[in-house]
Design a binder for this molecule. Structure first.
Ligand SMILES: Cc1cc2nc3c(=O)[nH]c(=O)nc-3n(C[C@H](O)[C@H](O)[C@H](O)COP(=O)(O)OP(=O)(O)OC[C@H]3O[C@@H](n4cnc5c(N)ncnc54)[C@H](O)[C@@H]3O)c2cc1C
Length: 364
């Protein structure tokens, strides 16, 4: 039997950080990870760049957690987003702020974040055990038995840091939820959050892979108006990308509870007003009246999107820009400023960036 003061189950971002702070306090710490290495999911964060934190005051962060702000605020005050940046800077990895306030390592490499966490842990004397999946945690006198393949571990304290259930191929299969439930914690059903959305319409599939730099998606839930802004892309069966992920977070529960599909409107050019766009279309059409409509307005949006809009507007007819009737121009502008989609589902949790639900914070 191996004894330690703190046994951390899971060597992801949370487990590594928890282990580092335990070891810093001078106690014998062990991190047990099912994978052959630590931080498998961490390496994929921020498209391999790792969006470490965000700018803003601690109160802004607390507010962003909504009803869970109270639960996380103590931790945020103990170790603030600035402390996160300071922690990595101290170890030689400076960070940079991008225009949306997102903070990334200056090297743009999640691998550097992981390396620093693992190296810091090693220097502090953490014992890393890789390739051992824990199957159960049981209370014993003076601590907990941590049982899995290999030697029995007895920890005076156990930290469950096994992650959620999204991207489970990286190791987060939900074991920790089971361990917590065995100790009497309520588990809120895990659901997809920050995931692509499936639309009732099939046409997004025809534009699969097409990305739009900045859209605004608007929908209504009861009398609540929801609006998200950011990049978006079309997927095989709907829409994805950061703005859509944001929206998915807000509608996951509603769709899971069997609500009717949700109508949403995509403003493809949110920084241009209705009138400005109308003037732009008029200008483009008058500058090249003999050109085919799609060609004349090509620069407004990516070509595949323009072709799609023109197809909806005119069918297979070839319409010269100078011949576009006013009513059709108004229709075109309305489509660009509010392309309707019907959201019928959120993609499965395996594809979600994060898990919604898990251990009920009210039982901690
Ligand atoms: C594509 C993608 C991009 C993302 N981008 C960002 C981003 O830029 N910024 C950001 O903040 N977040 C991002 N996230 C979310 C972020 O990855 C997670 O919030 C973070 O990894 C959670 O850390 P964790 O340690 O709680 O869980 P995990 O990283 O999932 O780690 C849990 C670890 O526990 C291990 N484990 C599980 N069960 C057992 C067991 N029974 N025994 C032993 N070990 C076990 C797993 O193998 C795993 O290594 C992204 C997620 C995805 C999928």
């Amino acid at each position: 039997m191996i004894k330690c003061d703190v046994c951390v189950i899971g060597g992801g971002a949370a487990g590594l950080m928890a282990g580092i702070f335990a070891a810093k306090a001078g106690v014998r710490t062990m991190i047990i990870e099912a994978n052959p290495t630590a931080g498998r999911k961490l390496l994929r964060t921020g498209r391999g760049r790792c969006n470490l934190t965000h700018t803003g005051s601690i109160d802004d962060f607390v507010r962003a957690y909504g009803p869970f702000g109270r639960f996380v605020q103590h931790s945020l005050y103990e170790f603030s987003p600035d402390d996160v940046r300071g922690f990595f800077a101290e170890k030689g990895l400076r960070t940079k702020v991008e225009k949306n306030g997102c903070v990334f390592p200056i090297t743009d490499r999640a691998a550097d974040v992981k390396r620093i966490l693992v190296d810091t842990g090693r220097r502090l004397g953490i014992e890393f055990v890789y390739g051992r999946r824990i199957e159960a945690v049981e209370k014993c006198t003076g601590g907990f038995f941590v049982k899995g393949s290999g030697d029995l571990v007895c920890g005076k304290t156990v930290i469950i840091a096994t992650g959620g259930v999204s991207w489970s191929f990286t190791g987060s299969t939900g074991d920790g939820l089971r361990f917590a439930a065995d100790f009497g914690h309520e588990i809120v059903e895990p659901r997809s959050a920050l995931a692509p959305l499936v639309t009732a319409e099939a046409w997004p599939g025809e534009l699969e892979g097409l990305g739009l730099e900045r859209v605004c998606i608007i929908t209504e839930l009861g009398d609540k108006k929801l609006s998200v802004t950011g990049p978006m892309m079309f997927t095989g069966d709907g829409i994805g990308g950061p703005a859509v992920f944001d929206l998915s977070r807000l509608i996951t529960d509603v769709l899971a509870e069997g609500a009717e599909p949700i109508e949403a409107w995509i403003d493809l050019l949110p920084d241009v007003s209705h009138q400005e766009l109308d003037e732009l279309v008029v200008a483009r059409c008058s500058a090249a009246p003999k050109k085919e409509l799609a060609g004349a307005i090509a620069a407004i949006l990516p070509r595949a999107m323009v072709l799609k809009l023109c197809h909806w507007l005119c069918g297979s007819r070839i319409v010269q820009a100078g011949q576009l009737p006013k009513a059709k121009r108004v229709e075109l502008v309305n489509m660009i400023k509010g392309l309707a989609v019907t959201v019928k589902a959120v993609r499965p949790i395996a594809e979600a960036t994060i898990t919604r639900g898990g251990v009920d914070t009210g039982t901690i």
